[in-house]
Design a protein around this ligand. Structure first.
Ligand code: ATP
Ligand code: MG
Length: 432
């Protein structure tokens, strides 16, 4: 249907016949001259029909054409300094492949702005905008980098279930589903399963899968369906072995986007920099001290609020770690430090005030794990299948989980996380 993408037709093709196919971006009728701007995924090309030299068929089709219809145009590449890119197509044949209805649900040329709800309701048309498709190309690159990094480092990709019988972290943010005669839940994290594979001797695993959280608050950073990038590794000395890989994969994500998404970075007008490694790191205690000095309300043993995270984030331009969190506010499987059990070997990777990832060294001693469950008022009986895997030789291990959306949101400087999800799921949105 096409010999060339619109964006690749340049002066070197002068005098040659090419065929382009795509959407009708714009039509302008100046009487003697008719212009059609054809858009495809690579860019745009101007098609110029002069009354004297163009066939009646082509001219009448141009008259009846509606914006955003799918067409193919064959013609000769001609130089024209006034055309975008310095070339235009003189049409010999025009075919309407699929006409578009009018009026359009939104304007893909962005002359008429649309709010996020309108855009999400007609996402298929919204993604026709280069600024929107650029975000999804960057997100795809982030996910590609994740897989590339862990495959290169000899991690095995595994596939845990998405339907589970009990909460992995005991939270209240579970979606219940009907599973034949009983109730089951959608997975909120592959945590327990990837840990069990440490007892299986796989040593280093990674996972990419959707997870589901019934978060009640509708924020610009929270979704109810998240695409999780997870990794877990055994035979670690402490959490810093895991942090090295989280740092390595995050760096590769930025580096690959920087090198392989130059057009998208340009379209989005980003001042994109690859962060330097090693990333800076502060302990939770140091973060509390910093915030106290700034007269912000913080209390040791509590999570940081959005104001506190903003203040912390202002001190670092690149991603940074917050380490050694109070054991009490982290997930039950986080391993308390041997010489300081009030604190645990857990960490968050932040960029500005956005949490990119959380991870930790995990408890691998079964007795300690049962105690930890009880301290969190969780019933060990619900975790029998998990606990069993700790009783027959479980090596020391740790890992992290990272939402693909958070890092895309940060890289693309998006104001709302929904911008980098094709069909976001939130409290109010279940379709399309
Ligand atoms: P937050 O404190 O920001 O709500 P969390 O600490 O509850 O996140 P974790 O359980 O640590 O989230 O999940 C690991 C990672 O998964 C997070 O760092 C984030 O990248 C991503 N993530 C978790 N929940 C969400 C969500 N509701 N929306 C988008 N991303 C999420
Ligand atoms: Mg977290």
């Amino acid at each position: 249907m096409r010999t060339h993408y619109a964006g690749t037709v340049d002066k070197s093709l002068q005098g040659k016949d090419v065929t382009c196919a795509g959407w009708v971006h714009e039509i302008r009728d100046l009487g003697k001259l008719k212009f059609l701007i054809l858009r495809d995924l690579s860019g745009k090309i101007q098609v110029t029909a002069k009354k004297e030299t163009t066939t009646e068929d082509v001219l009448s089709l141009l008259d009846s054409l509606s914006r955003e219809s799918v067409v193919s145009v064959s013609g000769e590449v001609t130089l024209n300094d006034r055309a975008p890119g310095g070339v235009e197509l003189i049409p010999k044949k025009l075919t309407v492949i699929a006409p578009s209805k009018s009026p359009l649900p939104l304007d893909p040329t962005e002359k008429v702005p649309a709010d996020l709800d309108t855009r999400l309701n007609s996402r298929f048309m919204d993604v026709r905008k280069p600024k929107v498709s650029a975000v999804f190309k960057i997100r795809a690159k982030v996910q590609e980098a994740f897989r590339e990094y862990f495959l290169k480092n000899d991690f095995t990709e595994i596939n845990p279930p998405s339907i589970i019988a009990a909460a992995s972290e005991g939270g209240t943010d579970l979606f219940a589903i009907t599973y034949f005669e009983r109730e089951a839940y959608l997975c909120q994290s592959p945590q327990l399963y990837k840990q069990m594979m440490m007892a299986a001797g796989l040593d280093k695993v990674f996972i990419t899968m959707p997870i589901f959280r019934a978060e009640l608050h509708n924020t610009t950073k929270h979704l109810n369906e998240v695409f999780m990038l997870d990794a877990e590794m055994a035979f670690i000395e402490d959490e810093t072995d895991v942090m090295k890989h989280l740092e390595g994969v995050t760096h590769l994500m930025y580096d690959k986007v920087y090198k392989e998404c130059k057009d998208e970075i340009g379209v989005l007008g980003l001042d994109f920099k690859v962060p330097k490694i090693p990333f800076k790191s502060i302990t939770y205690d140091e973060a509390v001290e910093t915030l106290k000095k700034k007269d912000l309300p913080v209390k040791w043993g509590e999570d940081f609020g959005s104001e506190a995270l903003k203040a912390l984030g202002e001190q670092f331009k690149d991603p940074y770690f917050i380490t050694r969190w109070p054991t009490e506010i982290r997930a039950f499987y986080s391993r308390p430090l041997d010489d300081d059990p009030k604190r645990c070997g857990s960490f968050d990777l932040m960029v500005g005030d956005i949490e990119l990832s959380s991870g930790a060294q995990r408890i691998h001693d079964p007795k300690q794990l049962v105690e930890a469950l009880k301290r969190k008022k969780l019933n060990p009986a619900n975790f029998e299948f998990y606990l069993k895997s700790f009783e027959y030789g479980m090596p020391p291990h740790g890992g992290f989980g990272m939402g693909a959306e958070r890092i895309t949101e940060a890289m693309c400087e998006l104001k709302n996380i929904r911008e980098c999800v094709l069909f976001p799921r939130d409290r109010n949105r279940l379709t399309p």
